[in-house]
Design a protein around this ligand. Structure first.
Ligand code: FE
Length: 202
């Protein structure tokens, strides 16, 4: 039973990717080791844990928060976090009066260096269309209930600019250090489709 998955033939897309990689390597256009390094990086080193460190610093250090909101790319680069799909970053801050949410209406532009690779729903046509037309309804489906007087701002990422949300610091976290705060920060809160509750609350 357990080996069934292993015996399944590779999917159409996996076979196409293998064939393409093989041709590129044979022609000397790419180095197989370089491809392995890129895959390794995105599997193990790049992910929402990077964005979480940035958020925790912003919550802990008011001067850093100001730098982050003024120039996201440079403030994020202070952590050594930078690279493909994250060259130009804008960080938008959630407040009691404003809730921000991020989309790419055209395709799936997403800030890879801070959040890793995008979730499937982020790339789906219904999310991309509906979050613009009816953001409150979509947010409610994600479990985000906003008061009527909260302004919702939807940010459309593109090839030049990538957005990340600075979520609100949860209540009951006054005594936590940066590392503990970073543990509380979720990927979805940095896209803007989740709020962060007090630690231990469900
Ligand atoms: Fe896109």
């Amino acid at each position: 039973m357990a080996s069934k998955r292993h015996r399944d033939p590779p999917s159409e897309i996996a076979r196409r990717v293998q064939a393409l990689e093989q041709v590129l390597v044979e022609k000397g256009l790419v180095d197989a080791a370089a491809i392995d390094r890129i895959v390794e990086t995105y599997e193990h080193q790049v992910g929402p844990q990077n964005g979480a460190r940035v958020v925790a610093r912003a919550w802990s250090d008011p001067a850093y928060r100001e730098r982050l909101l003024a120039d996201g790319s440079s403030a994020i680069a202070e952590f050594g976090i930078q690279g493909m799909q994250g060259e130009n970053m804008i960080v938008v801050e959630n407040t009691p009066a404003v809730h921000n949410v991020v989309v790419c209406t055209l395709c799936s532009c997403y800030p890879w260096p801070v959040l890793g690779l995008p979730p499937t729903w982020y790339k789906s046509p219904p999310y991309r269309a509906r979050i613009v037309r009816e953001p409150r309804a979509v947010l409610r489906e994600f479990g985000v209930e906003l008061d009527a007087d909260v302004e919702v701002r939807v940010w459309d990422s593109n090839a030049e600019l990538r957005y990340m949300v600075l979520p609100r610091r949860p209540p009951g976290t006054e005594g936590l250090d940066e590392a503990a705060l970073a543990e509380l920060v979720t990927r979805d809160s940095m896209i803007g489709v989740a709020l962060l509750g007090a630690p231990g609350a469900s």
